[in-house]
Every structure is written in C-alpha cells, then in structure tokens.
Design a protein around this ligand. Structure first.
Ligand code: ADP
Ligand code: MG
Length: 430
C-alpha cells in the first residue's frame, strides 16, 4: 500500500507530535533540547511566555498572499492560551532597515486574531516602558503581538541591550520560528541565552520541534532514491549548502536563478539574467566534484524583460542572447526533472524553478510541484521548504499532496546540510 494511504489523514497542523517516516507513524525520538511539552501545565498558568514565532508571511501591495506560517504556529499559541499563559508574540516581517509602516505586524496580528477567535491584541512597539506596560496588563490566557523585531537595529546585530529588554518581557522563552532558526539574532539566540542566564527556560515550540523531527528523518535514514530540487533566488549561502547536500542525495536538480551561477560556471552566456558572479568559481568546483549527481536545466525560458505578458521563447541553454533574461526552466528541462523525480522514495524541494509569480514564467515550477505530488501518491516521503515554494504548491493546486511543508527555506537547507541552527543551539538542554 502506498505510504500516503497507510498514513491516512494525519493532523497536518495539529499539535500531535506524530511524524511520518518509512514505517508509518513514528512518535518523537527524544531530542537534546527542551520543548514546550516538557513544561508542566501548572508552570504555565499566569506566566509570561515570550514566543518567537515566524510570522514572516509573503506580502504583495500590503496584502498577505500566503498565511501558511501563521497557521502553522497556531498549535503553540492555542496550547498556551488553553493553559492560561500570558503569551507575548514577537517576529520579524520582511527586511526593513528601520521602522517601516508597510512592514508593520499589525495586519498579521489581525489575521492571527481571526484565527484565535478574536482574542489577540497588538501593541505598536517592541521593548521599553510602554511595551512592558502592555505585557503587564495581560490577563491569563491572553495573547499580545508586538511590533516587527527588525524595526530595532539591534535585532540582526544580536545586540545584548535588545536581548536583555526582550528577556524583561519573559518568564519562559519559546522559539517556534523554525524559519528564523538559522539566524543568530536578538529575538532568536540573544534572548534565549539571556532568559537562561536569569534562570529561566528557553524551549522549542511545537512547530519548531515538529520541523526538527521531520527534517531529522531525512538525515537519519532516507529511503532511496533521495532526490533534492533547489531553485529560487536567495543566493547567499545556498551554493555552499549545495556542496554539503550533494553527498547525502542521489540526485540534486537545480533550477531558478540558483542554476544561473552554475550555467555561468560552464562558461555560458546568460544575457541579463541574475547571476551571483562571486560564486561562479565555487560553482565550477562543485560541478567538477558532483559529476552527474548535480543536474542543471538543459534549456531556458527567456524574455527581454521579466514582466507580465512578456513575449517568451524557449532556447537551449547555450543560446541565450545578450539582451535575454532567463525567467524559468524550459520545456525539455521540465521533462528531464520530472523524469528524474520518477520513482524517488524521498524528495526535498526548496525554491521555485522560475519567476512563478507571473503566469508566463510558472510552467517549470508547476511541473516540478506536480511531479512531487505524483511521487507522494506513490508513497514517497516528500518535504517542501520555503515561503515561496509553499506558495508555489498552492498555485499548482497540490498543497495537500506533499508529506510535509516546512516553514523554513534557508533553515531547512542549512539543517539538511548538517549545520547547527543557532536558534536551536541556544535553547535549554534536556
Ligand atoms: P523560498 O521562499 O521558497 O525559499 P526563494 O525566496 O529562494 O524561495 O526564491 C523565490 C523567488 O525566486 C521567487 O520570488 C521567484 O520569482 C524567484 N526566481 C526563481 N527563478 C528566478 C529567475 N530565473 N530569475 C529571477 N528570479 C527567480
Ligand atoms: Mg522566499
């Protein structure tokens, strides 16, 4: 029987800590870090629980285009509410350089409020006397969302002052932000260390714990063939991650702007396409070591400009013109990638194959999403990571046809590459 049937309707977003693996359900193996479940209920009533959530949802013109991350953190928030904790939620949203009304968390707090039965409040500040007063005014079971952590310059610098000010708001710190666990910021590692220094606990939330379990199963004993697909545009660090991932997988398919660095390493003309020039040398070395395990697109969908309604052409990868811009993988690459996914037993996918937000450039991403869904139906364990990749699953209409949608793109990649996630390392040991 295919695994997807064996597993039945598992509670995808539920607080249940059951994780699918090759033998069906597997309950959590003990982790070395403390989780929210380790704290007795009696120790939560009336206590201030500072929850670092990942509310970094994709936005377009001030609208939330995908609410996956908000939904996924609900089990933790609902558990705390039910236990009578005083919950304070912090998160970053986007990449503001300072206070920026367009990136306020107010809209996300409104969405969260709807999801929690109208009981969530928002305070337009992060630390300081007013935030402190808002937290002190909380009733048992209440939930308060504070403003975007990145409005404070200390966040990305992991400034000790900000970590201390955040720790002032917490009796217990809960990290539920898997999507930010690969960053050592004040709201992830700094505050955790400070809360522990003061004798408090810093624990993993239900979502963070679930993510570590599912992704951990890909590292422990993946059923083979294990195929990884990488794409997208986020370049910083991804090339290095590819190198670390290669020995763990049977095939690594690379598309999106990510592939351009490697195509350039092959000496190809890429016109106006996005290329990470300072990684080309590294790309060349990786290609040499990887052999046929690393698979690149053989053709590209190009346009003179990446815009809605652009006139597009499919060209072999060695025929991109100087005024062309690559917006997606081509039709031959779609077939190549789908074929290589055929009969995979374990699949990990992060990053769209093209600019899937525009209809003209979404075929490659949709083809990969559908191929992953087919393998899920055939019983493969399929994991998709990354905010845009999760949104792409929705565009392709197969969001419920993968085993697990991870809320972390960069974090899941670094975890699979075998790196320590600072946000996890900073939590209290068991
Ligand atoms: P995720 O959020 O799933 O981790 P990324 O953020 O790394 O993925 O990448 C998603 C973005 O990559 C999308 O906005 C998409 O438009 C962009 N992208 C994919 N391929 C290309 C390309 N060839 N040129 C420019 N942008 C691309
Ligand atoms: Mg993204």
């Amino acid at each position: 029987m295919p695994r997807s049937q064996r597993l039945g309707n598992r509670p995808k977003n539920g607080p249940d800590t059951q994780v699918p693996n090759r033998s069906g359900f597997l309950t959590f193996t003990p982790m070395t870090k403390t989780s929210l479940r380790d704290i007795p209920s009696a120790d939560l009533i009336g206590r201030r629980l500072l929850v670092r959530a990942d509310l970094n949802v994709p936005m377009e013109d001030g609208r939330i285009t995908d609410d996956t991350r908000v939904r996924e953190t609900l089990p933790t928030l609902r558990l705390l509410k039910a236990r009578g904790a005083r919950t304070v939620v912090i998160s970053h949203l986007g990449r503001p350089k300072g206070p920026d009304p367009a990136l306020s968390l107010r809209g996300v707090a409104d969405l969260l409020c709807d999801s929690m039965g109208g009981t969530v409040r928002f305070h337009p500040g992060l630390v300081g006397p007013e935030a402190r007063a808002a937290v002190d005014a909380l009733d048992d079971g209440a939930v308060l969302v504070l403003e975007n952590t990145r409005f404070d310059a200390g966040e990305t610098k992991n400034a000790p002052e900000l970590a201390r000010a955040l720790a002032d708001l917490a009796d217990v710190f809960v990290n539920d932000a898997f999507g930010a666990a690969h960053r050592a910021h004040a709201s992830t590692t700094g505050v955790a260390a400070e809360v522990r220094r003061r004798g408090g606990k810093a624990v993993a939330g239900l979502l963070l714990y679930k993510e570590l379990e599912v992704l951990g199963s890909l590292l422990r004993e993946p059923e083979r063939p294990f195929v990884a697909i990488l794409g997208g545009v986020k370049v910083s660090g991804k090339v290095e991650v590819i190198r670390a991932l290669l020995p763990r997988v049977d095939r690594l398919l690379v598309g999106g702007a990510m592939a351009n660095t490697f195509l350039r390493a092959l000496g190809l003309e890429l016109g106006q396409s996005l290329v990470e020039e300072d990684k080309v040398k590294l790309g060349r070395r990786i290609l040499r070591d990887a052999g046929d395990r690393l698979v690149l697109p053989v053709d590209c969908l190009v346009a003179k400009r990446i815009e809605d309604g652009a006139a597009v052409r499919v060209v072999p990868r060695d025929s991109v013109q100087p005024d062309d811009c690559i917006g997606d993988i081509g039709s031959a690459s779609r077939e190549l990638f789908s074929g290589l996914l055929n009969d995979a037993r374990t699949v990990f996918w992060n990053g769209p194959m093209g600019v899937f937000e525009m209809a003209a450039f979404q075929e490659g991403t949709i083809a990969v999403a559908r191929a992953v869904a087919v393998e899920t139906d055939r019983g493969a364990l399929t994991v998709v990571g990354g905010g845009d990749s999760a949104a792409a699953l929705n565009v392709a209409g197969v969001a419920d046809k993968v085993t697990h949608v991870s809320t972390g793109g960069g974090a899941s990649l670094e975890f699979l590459a075998g790196e320590q996630l600072p946000g996890v390392a900073a939590l209290s040991d068991r």
